[in-house]
Structures are given as C-alpha cells and as structure tokens.
Ligand binder design. Structure first.
Ligand code: PDD
Length: 281
C-alpha cells in the first residue's frame, strides 16, 4: 500500500507525520472520507466543497488548488489499485512547536491521503441483516458541522456501541432528540411512510450521503421531512436507518435492545440503498 504525505507517495508502513503536527497535538485538522466505486470517487465534488468549508471554518488555508488535490486523490487510488473501497484525506494546520496560538501563517498545512480496498459484499451482508444501535448523550462541542479529526466523543460512543453488541451509537441532545450517529446521519420512516431526518442547521454534520439520499427519495416519490425526532419516536418508527459514505443506507433493526418495525430491514431503507449509486456522482 501507498500513502501520500506532504508531497510524496511513500509505502504505507513508512508513512509518518511529525510529532509536533497540530493534528496530533490538538486535533487541529479536518478530513473527508470518499467512496471509491469501479475505480472512481463517488461525489468527489461535494466532498471537496465540504472540505473547503471545513478548512475555512477553522481558518486553515487551502493547501493546494482543488484540481491538484483531485490529482493526488486519484493518484493515491490508482497506486493502491483500489476498484472498490475508500479514500481518506486529512489536512491539519501543520507542524510547529506546541503552542495553542495559530503558528506562523507561512507554516504549510499537512496533507495525508490514504486509500484502501473494501469488499462491497461485506457491506451488503451487514445491510441485509440490519444493524443494532445504542443511544448515548450527545456530549460533543457545538461545531459538529465541521468535519474535524477531533472525534474522541465519537470514538467513545462507537466503542460503547460495540461493547453492547451494536454497531453504531446515536447521539441524543438535551431535549431527547437524536442528532446523528458516531459516524453516520440518522433517519426514521414514520407510520405514514415519510422519511424524517434532523435539519442540517444544528447538531449534525451535513452528510454528503444524506444530501444525495434526499434526491434518491425524490426519485422514488418518497416524502422527506427535515425535523428533529426523539428516541421514543424512533422506537415506534416503521423503519430506521443510517447513511454515510461508508454505509450508503444501512437499516437499523434494534435501538437500545428494542426491535424496530418487524425487526428486519425495511423496504424504504432497502430501496434507498439500491438506488443510491444511480443518483450519486
Ligand atoms: N463519517 N456524521 C458524522 C459524525 C460522520 O462522521 C459522518 C461521516 C457522517 C456522514 O457523512 P457522509 O455522508 O458525508 O459520509 C455524518 C465518515 C464516513 C467517517 O468518519 O468515517
């Protein structure tokens, strides 16, 4: 395997960043995860736009023009011979002596790109079964709209899920409303067949998959309501599911040990999953 690190393609096993990288010391950086399918990146443009937004929000300068970044991403995918899998891109505020203040503006941001193959059959098997999730208090900061590498609450939530025999954790805000998953957006299907997901204006990352799924829903003539929903409503929902670049749409069949609907993946989540790649670019 090959990784791209600050201008060089190096063997993955030897791909390192400096101990004084601000990503390492302060989680002072942002990232993107993009699906690779048939050798092509899915929704690359949207991922790049969100990366630029994340960089702007935390005032890291754009490390290189987007066209050049696209070349690096494609070259990393190519060198790893990834047909199906994922590409990971991380940009941090660079290497500087540890000091909370921003470093000298001349400090170049650090860029890392990795790519790995993933067997689509594995994801299909998980989706065919449906996943269990748990709910946990949302103890994250308010700027979860920024895709930062500061993911400790997400790491702790997802590990708690795993220890409970589940795959994902849904964060719940102080009003009892679900915000999103540790690495996914959260959705339910109401008794009258409407899709419900939280508005992207507060409490969540605006998932690219979430945005594309809205288009898929429209094509399938499903109605989408962007509003908050509670855990209680989710427990009584006809279906629940999660979306992300790594999950597309994956049905949720248990929440905190309680079955959702008939306890099996529902038709709406399945239809969204099946049609996702017809709409995604
Ligand atoms: N996670 N919410 C959170 C907190 C996420 O970390 C992610 C993505 C999403 C879904 O966004 P998108 O549809 O653009 O993938 C929502 C990536 C996959 C990760 O951290 O691995």
């Amino acid at each position: 395997r090959i990784a791209y690190v600050n201008g060089l393609y190096v063997p993955h096993a030897e791909a390192v960043v400096h101990v004084e990288d601000r990503g390492y010391q302060f989680a002072d950086g942002v990232y993107e995860v993009c699906e690779v399918r048939g050798g092509h990146m899915v929704d690359e443009r949207r991922h790049m736009e969100r990366l630029v937004r994340s960089l702007n929000e935390i005032r890291i300068r754009q490390p290189m023009p987007l066209a050049a970044l696209g070349v690096v991403l494609r070259e990393t995918v190519r060198r790893n011979r990834v047909r199906n899998g994922f590409v990971y891109l991380q940009v941090t505020r660079g290497v500087a002596r540890r000091d909370h203040y921003f470093p000298d503006p001349e400090t170049p941001p650090s860029i890392v790109v990795t790519a790995r193959a993933a067997d689509p059959a594995k994801g299909e098997a998980v989706a065919a079964q449906g996943i269990a999730i748990i709910t946990v208090p949302d103890n994250r900061w308010e700027r979860v709209d920024i895709k930062t590498v500061g993911l400790l609450p997400n790491v702790l939530a997802k590990e708690a899920a795993r220890q409970a025999g589940a795959r994902e954790a849904w964060f719940v805000d102080r009003d009892g409303n679900v915000t999103e998953g540790g690495s996914t957006n959260a959705w339910i299907v109401t008794g009258d067949g409407k899709l419900v997901t939280r508005p992207a204006e507060s409490g969540i990352l605006r998932g690219i998959t979430r945005t594309v799924m809205m288009e898929v829903a429209e094509k399938l003539q499903l109605r989408v309501e962007e509003r908050a929903f509670t855990v209680k409503e989710a427990l009584g929902a006809r279906e629940a599911f999660v979306t992300s670049a790594t999950n597309f749409a994956t049905p949720v069949v248990r929440i905190d040990g309680q079955s959702i609907g008939d306890g099996k993946p529902g038709p709406v989540a399945r239809a969204l999953r099946e049609n996702f790649h017809k709409v995604a670019e």
